[in-house]
Design a binder for this molecule. Structure first.
Ligand code: PFF
Length: 454
């Protein structure tokens, strides 16, 4: 009996929208602007663009290539290249990292749903956004309920499959996201302080720009492009042989970067300069407060939080899909059972994160390290959202170069492409030297300073 045909994306556009949907998320709209705000504005933006091209793109290609060539998720892909070797732990690391990230990402994603409904039902009172945020995140029941709603939505989409769920949803939602963003940018440009905000955002200066800015830009690129945990590898495994990875990967990277830049064109004109409060509060407190005094602010806030929720959902489904596809491929589970199992596990793993924003004293402050106190969510963000992605990315490059061989990766990347040979010669040193060296620096930084990159 032959194995059933693996499900494939319907069209190139479907894949591009799904992969871009994975990449485009809270990382672009929520994290990118505040990291930019903290790290020097325009100078950070320039550095980020360079890193995305020199480090992010080559790793994106390796993941897509390994996924398509083997037709498997991370665990299966590694087993087909290096059966019965210790490399299998890299595959398991990817699956665990997906669940780890989703468990806390789902908490923040839940906030977007709450804020959307709150804008719709009552709106926000000027000057009160800090209190609203404070009482919301410290309510354990609300945190768990909204995280649960988001996990439920995510699981539902994954149950419906690659074509019928992920691709269909991304094809509908990504254009909606674009329209919402464009509308919000136009609106933001009409605000009185738009120009001073743009100046901070776009003019490179040395303020806030330090030696470690480089590390932050790299961490952001990894997270934003969904690299280092097999999400792109898994999406690549559903790619048809006739597709052109060189082109598709480039489009996904450009799309993701363009959306991050566009998010800046909303946030900074609304702020009118450098953010006073960086961090999670930037969007949920500062921006929300500014909306509350602006003309038409309630509708704008609804559009803004709908945009965030959409971006988050197309990312959470890719996080869940990695572990679900593992159960389907390696344990022969049916898709609905696999998705529900992963959804339920992640929901349970997410509960301590949901309670670590004030609801539980113990979980909110587990201990002090590297000069600050750490809650459960902070620890998960550090371990899975920062360290695991960098280690996973690094090991993936080593695995490809050493075990699978670059030549096989290149055959896959350049199949169906008419690119001249020079592209290969540019990409090769980036893959062999630049990307692993850069990622090694990040790992060193994370381990030796104990700082997170967000
Ligand atoms: N790229 C997503 C974002 O920018 O929000 C987050 C993410 C999704 C990271 C999927 C990793 C991943 F595998």
């Amino acid at each position: 009996m032959s194995a059933p045909q693996r499900e494939k994306w319907n069209s190139s556009l479907g894949f591009i929208l799904a992969a871009a949907g994975s990449a485009i998320g809270l990382g672009n709209i929520w994290r990118f602007p505040y990291i930019t705000g903290k790290n020097g504005g325009g100078s950070f933006v320039l550095l980020y663009l360079g890193i995305v091209l020199l480090v992010g793109l080559p790793i994106m290609y390796l993941e897509l290539a390994l996924g398509r060539s083997t037709g498997k998720g991370p665990v299966g892909a590694i087993a087909s290249v290096a059966p019965k070797s210790l490399w299998k732990f890299l595959g398991y690391l990817a699956v665990i990292t997906g669940i780890g990230i989703l468990s806390f990402y789902g908490v923040v994603a839940g906030w977007t749903v709450y804020y959307f409904f709150k804008s719709f039902i009552s709106g926000f009172t000027p000057g009160q956004s800090g209190n609203v945020f404070g009482s919301f995140v410290t309510s354990g029941s609300k945190q768990i309920i909204f995280m649960g709603i988001f996990m439920g939505l995510t699981t539902g989409v994954v149950v419906m499959g690659v074509k019928g769920g992920i691709e269909k949803l991304s094809t509908v939602l990504m254009p909606v996201l674009l329209v919402l963003m464009l509308g919000l940018i136009i609106y933001a440009m009409t605000l009185p302080k738009a120009m001073s905000g743009l100046k901070f955002y776009l003019v490179p200066t040395s303020a806030g720009f330090t030696k470690t800015t480089f590390i932050y830009a790299l961490g952001q690129a990894f997270f934003s492009l969904s690299l280092g945990m097999g999400a792109m590898l898994t999406y690549g495994s559903y790619l048809q042989k006739k597709e052109n990875i060189l082109r598709a990967g480039l489009i996904v990277v450009i799309f993701d970067t363009a959306i991050a830049l566009m998010a800046g064109f909303i946030i900074f004109p609304v702020l009118g300069g450098a953010p006073a409060a960086a961090g999670p509060g930037l969007v949920f407190v500062v921006i929300t407060d500014l909306f509350s005094v602006l003309p038409g602010g309630r509708i704008i806030a609804m559009a803004f939080f709908a945009m965030l929720a959409i971006a988050a959902l197309t990312s959470t489904i890719s996080l869940l899909e990695v572990a679900a596809s593992y159960l389907i491929d390696e344990h022969k589970m049916k898709r609905p059972a696999a998705a529900l199992t992963v959804g339920a596990i992640t929901f349970c793993v997410g509960i301590p994160s949901a309670l670590s924003l004030g609801a539980s004293k113990f979980l909110s402050n587990i201990g002090s390290f590297a000069g600050r106190s750490w809650g459960f969510l902070d620890i998960f963000d550090y371990v899975f959202g920062n360290l695991s992605l960098a280690i996973g990315g690094m090991l993936l490059v080593v695995f490809v170069l050493w075990k699978w061989k670059l030549q096989h990766a290149e055959e896959e990347i350049f199949a169906n492409s008419k690119a001249g040979p020079w592209v290969k010669y540019v990409l090769r040193p980036l893959t062999i030297f630049v990307a692993p060296a850069a990622v090694a620096l990040v790992i060193g930084f994370l381990l030796f300073t104990g700082k997170t990159l967000s």
